[in-house]
Design a protein around this ligand. Structure first.
Ligand code: C2O
Ligand code: CU
Ligand code: CU
Length: 460
């Protein structure tokens, strides 16, 4: 692991969002999201068996505004159960979309009305939390943009949803997980996409400042990213604004973004029409791959990165480390196999992973108590120990936390909902338990989540 790896993560057609997007009041009517079977041609032949929110396209970017209510009616037009989770949003527990814990699964033909007011601006995302592996692997992951109450003044906004699909040469789905993968680093896809496309090109104003929102919604892959330009800054991480002095990743020192994580860049587009800025991913044994490309169009707007001001901070309570009670969590393998759960939300039929030496039943948490009970309003330190050789993006619902210290690296000043826990790492994260409810706490490598590495934390 080199120095830059230590830094942050350690280590469709989402069109431009015009400035006019700000200030438009959210309509009072619920937006309907219909989960349904879909097909899409990743290569020449269409792939059947996808799950999306329309018959032939990826799940769209959903937009909301900080502090304004959102109403989303999720309709299930599949034969499986489902539930929708809004990853990173600190909203009421009953709207968090975790089956058995916060709501009952949504059966085929049924719907569920989600209503919440996002307290934080930034880049978030949505995905099912029931039949999680099956539905996510088949496409059901989308970006969610929560706009700042005041327009920060970019000339363009580009969301990139990074994810893999596991397809054969004919474009048909291969089995979406393997026991071998689930017991190790997870099963990787072989068709890498950005907004379901391979190396899509998006036009943005020449010389303009574009906000590039990169979201890793993959079930498995830890992306190693950098840009082809140095005319850029990292402006936010996992939704929350960061100090603009964080150095840019490079080919030698790429940014690690685990499943569930997001990075926002401010990119100054090249001045000359037709020139491009590429988002690149390092893959083992291959030259850097262009995941997506932004192309300059029109007359040079002659913007300057020095015009950038930090985004306004989100209203996150600062934990009091002196008073914080410490809770320990150990993530590792489990000696016992078996123990598939008995819920409607899908089981992979194995237990490979554990939290505090217990393999948890994941989505069907019936009968299993919380991993920890926190008192509302108090500060806590959660000490996370990785006893396995694999990396784990550890995600907590409903609460934002700050990484405090690690035995392996200097952790940057961040507010986040996911920490990519390295091999042999012991990391401490701190938070104020200010949102009551039962909050899922799990690895975001979905094969780990579904085979034991998923519990919950209670805030009373
Ligand atoms: Cu992306 Cu339990 O969440
Ligand atoms: Cu989440
Ligand atoms: Cu994991």
């Amino acid at each position: 692991m080199n120095r830059r790896d230590f830094l942050i993560g350690t280590a469709a057609s989402a069109g431009a969002l015009g400035a006019g997007g700000w200030g438009l009041a959210a309509a009072g009517e619920a937006q309907q999201l219909t989960i349904q079977p879909a097909s899409f041609a990743f290569r020449e032949t269409p792939t059947e068996g996808l799950v999306s929110l329309s018959p032939d396209a990826p799940p769209p970017v959903l937009y909301g505004t900080q502090g304004e209510p959102m109403r989303l009616r999720v309709v299930n037009r599949t034969e499986d159960y489902t539930a929708m989770h809004w990853h990173g949003l600190r909203i009421a527990n009953a709207m968090d979309g975790v089956p058995y814990l916060t709501q009952m699964p949504i059966a085929g033909g049924e719907s569920f009305d989600y209503e919440f007011t996002p307290p934080d601006a930034g880049t978030y995302w949505y995905h099912p939390h029931c039949m999680t592996m099956a539905q996510m692997a088949h496409g059901l992951t989308g970006v969610m943009v929560i706009r700042e109450a005041e327009n920060p003044g970019f000339d363009g906004d580009q969301a990139i949803n990074l994810r893999d699909f596991r397809l054969d040469d004919q474009g048909a789905f291969l089995p979406y997980y393997t026991a071998r993968g689930a017991a190790r680093g997870g099963t990787h896809g072989n068709v890498l996409t950005a907004n379901w496309l391979q190396a899509p090109v998006y036009d943005h104003p020449a010389g303009g400042l574009v906000r590039l929102r990169v979201v890793n919604t993959d079930t498995t892959r830890i992306y190693k990213l950098h840009l082809s330009t140095d005319q850029a800054r990292i402006i936010a991480w996992d939704g929350h604004p960061v100090d603009l002095g964080i150095p840019l990743p490079s080919a030698q020192e790429p940014l690690l973004a685990g499943p569930g994580q997001r990075v926002d860049f401010a990119v100054r587009m090249p001045a000359d029409e037709g020139q491009t800025v590429d988002l690149l991913a390092e893959l083992p044994g291959q030259p850097a791959r262009t995941m997506a490309r932004m192309r300059a169009i029109g007359a040079d707007l002659a913007r300057d990165l020095r015009e950038l001001k930090p985004l306004p901070a989100n209203p996150i309570a600062r934990p009091d480390l002196a008073k914080a009670e410490v809770h320990d969590f150990v993530f590792g393998w489990t000696p016992e196999g078996g123990a598939p759960n008995d819920g409607y939300c899908g089981s992979m039929g194995y237990s490979f992973w554990s939290i505090n030496r217990t393999p948890w039943a994941g989505d069907a948490a019936k009968g299993s108590g919380p991993l920890a009970t926190l008192e509302r309003g108090k500060s806590y330190v959660l000490r996370l120990r990785n006893e396995s050789p694999n990396l784990h993006p550890i995600h907590l619902h409903g609460l934002a936390f700050v990484p405090v210290r690690s035995n392996l690296r200097k952790l940057p000043a961040l507010v986040t909902d996911t920490l990519l826990l390295l091999k042999d790492e012991v990391a401490e994260i701190a938070l104020v338990a200010d949102n009551p409810g039962d909050w899922a706490f799990h690895c975001h490598v979905i094969e780990h989540q579904k085979t034991g590495l998923a519990g919950y934390i209670r805030v009373t």
